[in-house]
Design a binder for this molecule. Structure first.
Ligand code: NAP
Length: 283
């Protein structure tokens, strides 16, 4: 079987163009503030990519870079200024934060209406309950890639590998809301390979390079690879052994060029939607 490649790069480019078209007609530029603390090189690359994509789509994006020794109180002070700033529609604090700052406290300080990462417990809780919420960017992108595959989600058996708050759990909630039958797997799960093999949809978000092997994949399954790992050879790999799995899958994403660009496109969508819904609110 020749697997359909779910081209996240091309789909993300289309979404970014659509967003740019909408913003051009708005009469204002939705504002995105990206906050980074410290000098983590991977975070710096992610933040630069987000700011560039946001700027290119017509958002008013700015990065606020703080020194690694910034205090928790100073960061919380900045968040409360951004919460109060009418020109800021979306606030994103790049994770991980330095160890002396409690990330959860910072996430909870963000106005839920400006929480374009969708990590605030109010948004996470609403999503878990199947209510409208700001959806975390990576799972939102995953759902778009699943739609691109054309595979019906209703009643489908889906295996989600990984239960993090930013990928696995919200992806499982979205699949549940779409009427899939979801198995959420984690490091204590037994028979992960067997569970995977039963699934028509496999979402791999374990953070372990090429853990998902070809014989874990049912013929024709849709495989979404969230993992990002840079090998000693400088090449990027995912959580999925691509060649083996592509030989059995019906559709599959690549790393790079799959979930990564969709995460950024979803951030732009979240920011545009946050801007529109804040302005639509009375008062
Ligand atoms: P994470 O917070 O480290 O969570 C990993 C999850 O995988 C945990 O739930 C863990 O289980 C589970 N796990 C670990 N080893 C396992 C095993 N052997 N069998 C079954 N489950 C196992 O990771 P994350 O933040 O969700 O990210 C996952 C991957 O996606 C990483 O490679 C990350 O770089 C990548 N990522 C990519 C994007 C993107 O835009 N492309 C965005 C976010 C993340 P426990 O809960 O039991 O510990």
């Amino acid at each position: 079987m020749t697997a359909q490649i779910l081209d996240g790069k091309a789909l993300a480019a289309r979404i970014r163009d659509e967003i740019a078209g909408k913003i051009a007609t708005l009469g204002f530029r939705p504002g995105l503030a990206v906050v980074i603390v410290g000098n983590d090189p991977a975070s710096a690359v992610y933040v630069r990519n987000k700011e560039q994509a946001a700027g290119a789509a017509g958002l008013a994006a700015r990065t606020i870079a703080l020194a690694a020794n910034t205090s928790e109180a100073a960061l919380l002070g900045l968040i409360s200024e951004l919460n109060a700033d009418p020109a800021t529609d979306g606030i994103l604090v790049q994770l991980p934060l330095p160890a002396h700052i409690r990330a959860q406290l910072v996430i909870e300080a963000i106005d839920p209406a400006k929480d374009v990462d969708g990590f605030h417990p109010l948004n996470a809780g609403r999503l878990a309950l199947g209510m409208p919420a700001i959806i975390p960017c990576t799972p939102r992108g995953i759902m778009r890639l699943l739609a691109l595959s054309g595979h019906a989600l209703q009643g489908a058996r889906a295996a989600v590998l990984g239960r993090s708050a930013i990928v696995g759990r919200p992806a499982a909630a979205l699949l549940t809301a779409a009427d899939a039958t979801v198995t959420l797997l984690h490091s204590r799960s037994r028979d992960v390979a067997t569970e995977c093999r039963r699934a028509e949809i496999v979402i791999a978000a374990v953070g372990r390079a090429e853990m998902v092997r070809g014989d874990w994949i049912a013929e024709g399954a849709v495989v979404i690879d969230v993992g990002i790992h840079r090998g000693a050879d400088g090449k990027l790999r995912g959580d999925v052994a691509f060649d083996e799995c592509a030989a059995r899958a019906g559709a599959i994403t690549k790393v790079p060029g799959g979930v990564g660009p969709m995460t950024i496109a979803s951030l732009l969508e979240n920011t545009l939607e946050a801007a529109l819904s804040r302005r639509a609110r009375p008062g």
